[in-house]
Design a binder for this molecule. Sequence first.
Ligand SMILES: *[C@@H]1O[C@H](CO)[C@@H](O)[C@H](O)[C@H]1NC(C)=O
Length: 439
Amino acid sequence: MKFLIALAATASVLLPSVQAAKEVFAHVIVGNVRELNAADWEDNVKLAQEAKIDGFVLNIAAQDESNTASLDLIFAAAEKANFKAFFSFDYAAQGAWPKDKVVETIAKYGVSPAYFKHDGDKLFVSTFEGPANAADWTDIKTTTNSFFVPDWSSVGAVEAAGLANSVADGLFSFDAWPTGNVNMTTEPDLAFQAALGDRAYMMPVSPWFYTNLPGFNKNWLWRGDELWDTRWAQVMEVNPDFVEILTWNDYGESHYIGPVREKELGLFTSANAPINYVKEISHDGWRKFLGFYIEQYKTGVVPTEFEEKAAAYYRTAPALACGNGGTSGNNADFGETEVPPEQLMEDAIFFAALLKSDEGVTVSVKVGEEEKPASFNVFPAAGKGTPGVYRGSVPMGSATGEVVVTVTRGGQAVASAEGGKPISATCENNVQNWNAVAV
Ligand SMILES: *[C@@H]1O[C@H](CO)[C@@H](O)[C@H](O)[C@H]1NC(C)=O
């Protein structure tokens, strides 16, 4: 890219300044993947590439003995497919990373052709937290020739940017979920961008948040519902330098967009969860429009060539069908007011369709035998009749059974969303599963 800038400068003074290539990554919790083999990683890479994701952000905890074996498999699969990966050093999960261990890890995997380099030059490195270790990075950066974009969200945008001043090339924010019964806004993103000035901003996009892991002392949710498509619309407004999807495989917090592999779900037993809230709960629907969104983000133009698709997002029981599992809405540890979870999550089936136009289009939602009147009420930014994602919802009511969303145009089937776990009037162990199916 440096080369391109030089070229542009000599070619014409009228050319706009060349922006760094925009890239989209998905966060992988490496601590969850010790059971995965080479074939699983080839499949993960293939699924991510089908969704036009550029690479994985590899979250690694300092003391995790399984890191090496997993990283070897991940980099091997990425190299084979020309996929990318870079590290997010996790300073919270198992304590701070010693400086020399960071240097050693970057040096070892940085030689892989799959390791993502900013502008094809510096090794891209991020963190989960670790503002107290900011000073370590002056040496780490010099030794490893890296481009440093940490997440120090816990101290807020302004303080994080102040810390970044001396050592970071940009910042990632972990502020991806709304507090309260409201939609997520771009306010935190704009605060980061403003505090960063010219330095890079990596924006978080996540579909959901629910965790109930007594062994880790975690039991809360934030509002999900239509968060995924709302956030992608916000990506187009914010136009960040990079996007990081939270996450590919964080099953414990229910924001995975990768496949559910049963052998990765050991944490529900080890952390004493009252129910396994991920088993059979597919999130594949959250990858359906990604290719479209990512192309729009990168080109700045709404794509017109794509396959029309439909998706549905819903929980598998009405909120009050069973006990709430002690789960709170919001989290007082973050200074938030806790409310009963049913005040945040709506008992609704959310549906969305990627269409070239909604002209002559009808959408229908069936739950079991019950047909629910449905129509779109959220449209692409350019309005009805234009290509993009059309959205709506219907109340869950008391209907039970399979959810089938069908989109037709002039009586012809266009796309459908189905095959997810059915809605039921009861819950396993009488504990509400606040995770959502996305098909
Ligand atoms: C969230 O935004 C959608 C439009 O994207 C709107 O239909 C919905 O009413 C909003 N929900 C809340 C709780 O504000």
